[in-house]
Design a protein around this ligand. Structure first.
Ligand SMILES: [Zn+2]
Length: 176
């Protein structure tokens, strides 16, 4: 039944997908565990999203919190914190629309895409606040990097996701 929210098994798949995506992304950028820990982010699913974190035309939204606007990391150094906000309903609808699509590879694709953005923003390869033209270019670069990270991952239907969703709108970006 599609309630528009992830159920328990979907959440378990999401943690598995996040683990795989973190590993693949860290390998690609040749980060040590210590270096990887400097990237500060967490994942939310739809039941925890506030209104401005909900979108209707993407699988995820990346919310950059400044220290002042984000109380989840009290006492932290002045660093940005990112929330990957999964849009459960959009993801579940895509699975219904396309029977060749599986949740695990789709989530790996979405997470890896968001992690690449985070790496680029955290390492000043890209500014978060950019004009629409720069944002398009950022999406293109992130899509390409995501493809390169995941193309050798042997997982059922991973290639299908890489080939079928390369032009799909994966994410939106906001600042809190
Ligand atoms: Zn993106």
């Amino acid at each position: 039944m599609n309630t528009g929210f992830f159920g328990y098994t979907d959440i378990v798949k999401a943690s598995e997908a996040l683990y795989i995506s973190e590993e693949q992304t860290a390998n690609h950028f040749k980060f040590s565990i210590e270096q990887w820990k400097r990237h500060r982010y967490d994942v939310k699913t739809r039941s925890s999203l506030v209104r401005k974190e909900k979108v209707f035309d993407a699988f995820a939204l990346l919310n950059k919190c400044s220290r002042t606007g984000c109380s989840i990391v009290p006492g932290s150094r002045e660093e940005d914190f990112y929330f990957i906000c999964l849009q459960d309903d959009q993801i579940l609808q895509a699975l219904i629309r396309d029977e060749n699509l599986l949740l695990l590879p789709l989530l790996i694709y979405v997470f890896t895409h968001e992690l690449v953005h985070i790496v680029r923003f955290c390492n000043f390869l890209q500014r978060f606040e950019v004009c629409s033209q720069e944002r398009e270019e950022e999406e293109r670069v992130v899509h390409e990097t995501t493809y390169n990270i995941l193309k050798r991952l042997t997982l059922p239907r991973m290639n299908y996701v890489l080939e079928s969703y390369q032009n799909h709108r994966i994410c939106d970006l906001i600042v809190s």
